[in-house]
Write a protein that binds this ligand. Sequence first.
Ligand code: ADP
Ligand code: MG
Length: 668
Amino acid sequence: MELTKLKGITEKRAKELRKLGCDDAASLLRIFPRAYLDMTARIPVREVFHNDAALIACTLTGVEPVRYTGGKRKFVRAWLEQDGFVFSAVWFNMPYLAGRLKEGEYLFYGRVQNRYGQVSLVNPSFEPIERNKRLKGLVPVYPLKGVLTQRIVRDAVGSALAAVPVVSVIPEAMQRKYGLSSLAEAYRHVHCPSTHAEASAAAERIALEEYFVLLSAFKIVKGDRTEARVNRYTVTERQVARFEKRFPFAFTAGQQAAVRAVYDNLTSPFRMNRLLQGDVGSGKTAVALTAIDMAVESGYQAAYLSPTEALAAQNDAILRRTFPDRRVGYLSGSATAAEKRELKAALARGEIDILGGTHAILQGDVKFARLALCVCDEQHRFGVAQRNLLSEKGDSPDVLVMSATPIPRTLSLVFYGDLDVTTIPDKPKARQEISTSIIPERKYNDMLAYIARETAAGKQAYFVCAKIDDDEGEVTSVTELYDELRMRLPNVRFALLHGRMRERDKTEVMAAFKRGEYDCLVSTTVIEVGIDVPAATIMVIVNAERYGLSQLHQLRGRVGRGSDKSYCFLLVGADSETARARLDVLRSTTDGFALAEKDLELRGSGDFLGTRQSGKFLTDIKNLHYSTDVIFRAKRLVDEAFAQGLVTDGIRAVALRRYESLKDVVLN
Ligand code: ADP
Ligand code: MG
């Protein structure tokens, strides 16, 4: 149903709603509230903490004429009163509000500034209480953009609730058997609940439905995959064994098993769509290289996709070293247009055996002559969308995706449900344990002195912090830290690396660090994935409390790659008990899988993957609800529905449409 068919939605409004990602009436129902306001709680404005957002019921007593600030911004000020306490609201650059504000009772919602008892609301949204009489109990707060107001979205969602039929695709017999509540009711309750308990029960019911659809889709897609394979691999086991001898080490049992799984799959009648997961440093690259060898030995081309330019450059070096007798191409972001053109032409003519690079490989004008295998390094940066794009580059190419973030089974069901999973459970021996410690403020100088000594002796260190610019006060920005460190340790050679630098510069800095031209790399989390610098033995993480355990574990995994003892120092900004308890888990555990499970328990899936990776669909889910329990319940329902032959064409159609829609999930 079109948006404009809904009561009260004009073309102009529909346009605004489309900006939220709502293309039709049904999708309006899927803007899930990010919070609920309790209209019955009358908060005394005096008691709200500085900078907290609050809903304030009060009386508007007067509006001042529009004035200009020093910086020539127009501003409007209104005077408010609550139980005899006088405060104000100010709006910048919204002079038209002056005409809209009349004396009377209002609800204001916004950030409260409390400067030594002088209270004001800055750019709050507001509604006359008259109109709010019909708002009872809890009112949803939607994630908004642009000129949309809460009331507009609330009304639009209300119209959609009345007009759009909501039907569960879970077979009715099963809904009855498991006493599932009505999905339509759940949608009503999630958008206008009368209690928090009702809202969360509704969210859980919707989540169950979502996961049911998604997991069904994966099951269908996976089932359909048992198509005959197109590319015939002629490589023999003996050739594979000979290839493994090129490495200066013997494969671990886990690596051997993974190679076996890949070989069996590539020489089976079925196409490979496999996730290779293993903790940081478990040696996934060697397995991927062996798979690539299987393809090129069989006369095909292979692609090696990396999520960042720095990693792509590193992998390019590894490819050239490992395959000295093959033609290796690198689609580098820093290549000139002419160079790229030449490379693409050679690739299309089949004169390149292995192509490495970043997302650039996915572009439409990159054509292979006989692509049989795609390797995606550090998969969690790619989505289903990219995977599908890759698959279109060849004739049903086999796909091997690698994830260094060990993902708990529940999540891998959701994110990689369409893939077969191989796990490398072990790590090469002889690797030093990394000593992890939390550094208290008073030990900071000692730590710097230690780093100065170690770097003078030829060791290297990383400093990682979260933000580029210091806009949040408590977060030390990377540039600030860089400047501070250079001043404090003038004899140490520092390099700076962050996401806003040009790709070419980033790659260059990484390479120089690897060559030992710098002692310390001060960086944002761009170094998070896959970077391998054996001489780096110290990892300092600033504001460690702001990261998930898995991410910290990943960062920690950047050191301890050589034969020397390595250290991870965690600096905690806001010193809270919970932050400490969390970091203690990191200190005591080196098992990435255990940390991932713990993370999930502590933070939920959205944060677990970081917003950058979550994409649109997952953001929906995150706003909605996440629990391991719901995913497992959905999984059981799906298995039962399939086993009992209850999966109708209708369910298939809905599920596949959902899967297709994941193609639109564009990351970053
Ligand atoms: P990850 O699984 O994190 O991608 P890598 O493939 O980068 O791990 O491997 C980490 C390091 O371990 C590399 O320097 C690699 O050469 C080395 N390595 C891999 N496999 C083995 C092995 N079986 N024995 C010893 N070292 C190994
Ligand atoms: Mg890796």
